[in-house]
Design a protein around this ligand. Structure first.
Ligand SMILES: [Zn+2]
Length: 331
């Protein structure tokens, strides 16, 4: 594979990129994908892009889980707790910038919402909730959320200024045209409308340590890998003002470190073997025995993961970039 790639960058339109990493696909460990880094904007991207047919195989029921559960019981409860907490923070920011006491008639969209746990909570708080998901995903069936399905998530079926908030949570890196969706979000957001965005951080300490074994690389589903240099100019170009920015997430940092360590040390096993065992698919006695052993190993890794979390926090090089941003006053 060539060290230098000449190809129009989908983020900045520059056309020269350097080979950054070769990584095996995380689901089957059968195919090698190449990642390039743009000389100009620092975005890292898979090239050649996987075809729609190849990608569809990586968004199967195993990826999404059922509409009721994706992970085993305690993990599922913890994720529900995190999503409820996220909904409370989003509610706080929307109220802060829209100066209202009632959530009625406020429209909120979650792009790539999966099982829509955050939206369900926001719906209970009184918001008009909309979701946008891939056509492959048949999960959510609820009258409280208006669901749209698209083959790709690159256009938004809403009029200009219709929404008060848009969530795009660990989704932007999956899309074929991130710049397009950010400008679409800016278009549909109202005056002072809030964007809530989170992506893995390719400039994180974790990536520097683990490289091709990094859990959040998720090849080939993650088509793009962002850092501050590639993400923030894209937001500013669309007039977003950043109101909160963090690079550390307790759960994403901690689990990312644990699974990446296992990927790096236990090379004879499939990537993400522990993560896959935590999913709710039916299990036999041997699976539960393996799960028990994995939990013991992860308990041994946790002190190192907490140390990495602390250092990442100090250096602002956490495993994710989470941004709350708002549109300017439009009228
Ligand atoms: Zn670029």
């Amino acid at each position: 594979m060539s060290q230098i790639l000449f190809h129009k960058c989908k983020i900045c339109n520059a056309n020269k990129h350097i080979l950054y990493l070769a990584s095996i696909d995380f689901d089957t460990s059968k195919k090698i994908y190449f990642l390039y880094k743009c000389y100009n904007c620092n975005i890292v991207f898979i090239y050649p892009y996987p075809s729609d047919k190849v990608l569809a195989k990586h968004y199967d029921d195993n990826y999404y889980g059922s509409d009721t559960s994706k992970f085993i019981f305690p993990i599922e409860r913890f994720i529900q707790f995190l999503n409820n907490n996220k909904a409370s923070i989003i509610n706080k920011y929307i109220k802060l910038f829209h100066s209202i006491s009632e959530n009625k008639n406020l429209n909120i969209l979650d792009i790539g919402c999966g099982r829509a746990q955050t939206l369900s909570k926001l719906s209970k708080l009184g918001y008009n909730c909309f979701s946008l998901e891939r056509t492959e995903y048949q999960g959510i069936q609820t009258s409280s959320i208006t669901c749209y399905k698209q083959n790709n998530l690159n256009s938004l079926p809403f009029a200009d200024n219709y929404l008060h908030a848009v969530i795009i949570w660990h989704v932007l890196e999956h899309l074929k045209n991130p710049t397009n969706i950010i400008s679409e979000i800016a278009r549909v957001l109202n005056s002072d409308g809030i964007l809530i965005l989170s992506v893995p951080n390719i400039s994180s300490l974790q990536y520097s340590i683990f490289k091709k074994n990094w859990f959040h690389l998720d090849v080939p589903r993650h088509l793009f890998h962002f850092n501050f240099n590639s993400l923030i100019p894209m937001l500013k170009k669309n007039k977003f003002e950043i109101i909160r920015l963090t690079t550390c997430s307790f759960e994403q940092n901690l689990f990312g470190f644990i699974q990446s360590s296992m990927n790096a040390i236990l090379l004879f096993l499939p990537k993400n073997a522990f993560y896959n065992l935590l999913k709710a698919s039916s299990k036999n006695f041997l699976d539960y025995l393996k799960l028990f052993l994995w939990v013991i190993i992860s308990l041994l890794i946790i002190p190192f993961a907490l140390f990495e979390l602390t250092i990442s926090k100090i250096l602002k090089k956490g495993a994710v970039i989470t941004i709350y941003a708002k549109q300017p006053k439009k009228f």
